[in-house]
Design a protein around this ligand. Sequence first.
Ligand code: URA
Length: 236
Amino acid sequence: MAERLQKLIARAGLASRRQAEVWIAEGKVLLNGAVAGLGDRADLAVDQVIVNGQKLSVAEKTVTVLLNKPRGYISTMKDPQGRKLVTDLVTAIPQRLYPVGRLDFNTEGLLLLTNDGDLAQRLSHPSHHVEKTYLVKVRGVLSEEKLLILQQGVQLADGLTLPAEIANVRSGRTSSWFALTIREGRNRQVRRMCESLDLSVVRLKRIRVAFLDLANLPTGQFRILCADEIKKLREL
Ligand code: URA
């Protein structure tokens, strides 16, 4: 599909879209051998684009971001119902980023997005057992008995869950909070684990994935992971 040159240049990680427009206006971009103009489009599968003497290749720079997802955003690339998408929160990144796994519409917290297909596959592969910690608020009291079942394994429609860890239990009169660490990423797993014990989840926030946490990142904001973090994620 042909796209505007400034978008292709930005996605390749050479410059921002604005800088790319300046280069086009200055005649520093060639499209199939001729000086390109603003508004020109190209498809790198068939067209040749040269930027400052350098050939633009299809391979784009990989980037991975850590987003603090707010409630009310969907983690798919499109939504037929027109709801807000997590990708709407990372439009400052020129590359097209894909969520690594999913957080439900009403789940908040740590979500990775990347254009690095290899990394995404590694992290979401079921055999990897990457640790994820969730802060869970449920209605009522988390009894000692239910706590033990959550820790030891809950029988769900798709099988018994792996042992989990529970920490920081705080029970009030009407609700309880706890931190639940699981090593699987089944669909709606935490909500289903709680539902199976008649615990109604009123808030769910992912606060940690492996060694990554939200630190002081405000809701709705993201940060780009550094090379060291990417290396550690690959080595998990
Ligand atoms: N478990 C859930 O139930 N929902 C999420 O969004 C993530 C984990």
